[in-house]
Design a binder for this molecule. Structure first.
Ligand code: HEM
Length: 132
């Protein structure tokens, strides 16, 4: 399955310049557990890591097997025994904040993109939850 429209939407979001900042503003405000998890985080590094991870997650939904090992490594970091365990419940606000931020930042947003973004990120969320 291809998501060229979501890659393009995300590309517009990144070129707009403030996608990742706006995402973290939303995400940190969404749940006290999220804010707590990011206490002590070096955000300039974290923002670069997430910026890359989104494109990787979209490619994963497209069945691009070259990203599998990267995805497994990220899932491991967020697993129960990993460096940054993430309660599976927190993927719901994560996905909501992603879609809301794309809607706000993409200068050529169309309503049909909402369902497409969700479809494109769900496989990554499912993998992280399965590996928890
Ligand atoms: C599918 C969704 C997610 C993806 C793709 C993702 C991706 C990443 C990546 C690539 C890193 C950097 C890993 C490293 O430094 O080794 C990271 C770190 C982190 N993530 Fe996630 N993440 C996701 C969801 C979440 C959620 C829901 C939370 C909720 C609290 C979260 C909290 C964190 C924290 C606290 C760090 C560590 C920051 C630090 O090093 O101080 N992530 N994530």
């Amino acid at each position: 399955m291809g998501f060229p429209d979501v890659h393009q939407s995300y590309g517009r979001c990144r070129r707009a310049g403030h996608f990742i900042d706006r995402f973290y503003e939303r995400f940190l405000a969404s749940d006290p557990r999220v804010a707590r998890a990011f206490e002590g985080t070096n955000f300039s590094q974290q923002k670069r890591a997430l910026g890359q991870a989104i494109a990787t997650a979209i490619s994963y939904a497209e069945g691009e097997s070259f990203v599998n090992s990267t995805m497994e490594r990220m899932a491991e970091v967020h697993s129960r025994g990993g460096r940054v365990p993430v309660d599976p419940a927190l993927y719901t606000p994560w996905l909501e904040c992603m879609v809301e931020t794309a809607r706000e930042v993409d200068p050529r947003w169309e309503d049909g993109l909402e369902a497409r973004w969700r479809e494109a990120l769900q496989p990554a969320v499912d993998l992280f939850v399965a590996r928890y």
